[in-house]
Design a protein around this ligand. Sequence first.
Ligand code: HEC
Length: 235
Amino acid sequence: MKRYRQYIMYALFLLFGLGCDEGKIYPDETVDSGRTATVSLSFIGLKAWPKENMLSLCAFGEDPLRPLQTQRISKPAEAGKKLKLRLNHLTPDTRSIEVAVISRGLRLIHSYYTSPVNDSDEPLDVSVGELDLASFKRVQAQVFDLNCLSCHGGGSGLAGQLDLRDDVAYTSLVNIKAPLSGEGKNYVTPGDLNNSFLLDILEDNPIHKDMFNSSGKQEVLALIQAWVSGGALDN
Ligand code: HEC
């Protein structure tokens, strides 16, 4: 009972004691400050929806690799569905709004879209349009740049004579015969998964097959398959 009374005293103190000392009532904005960004977009290439990583709406500040704020996007029921997403309470140090794949440790893996943020207080309205999740730029950033360049980047020679640096990877792979393929496959044949040795290497080759953990590997294979099936565009 005594304790109960103590709580009431606290409550009264908070209500009147603090409030009266200050002598003013704050407007709502101080509680609910910050800008809001409304982002409209749609996705194609849903087979490349990340499993290990997260597709997110992010606010970035000075650091281009670590978002200030992220909100995971839920997978739409079908490709092309128009979505309207919102990011609330943007802080004043926000420099860009991005649609990006980020790791579970909240580090940027690949940004599909960037919209710079100016200094005003105006709400932001960002119209992104359609994003292809299975783009070559994502394959380059997520697969090649992060995992392959130590051996296929020219530093200590080129393993298998294959250069996967971002200025040459596309032309090294698409419609080019893979010397190591016993069946004479190309590295990548647009629209033809069975004639794309790049996939065989990642699935079966002893040097390569254990490069990713299981959900990481599923995500990488699904991404490359969706990119090849979609015509292996240079996008
Ligand atoms: C630890 C070093 C290493 C890493 C990392 C590595 N590779 Fe390789 N890769 C090799 C070696 C060595 C060969 C040549 C294999 C051989 O001669 O049997 C090779 C061969 C290949 C080939 C076949 C080349 C040919 O001539 O037919 C492909 C395709 C390939 N790698 C893709 C990749 C991709 C994609 C990644 C990143 C996900 C990757 N590799 C990461 C060492 C590596």
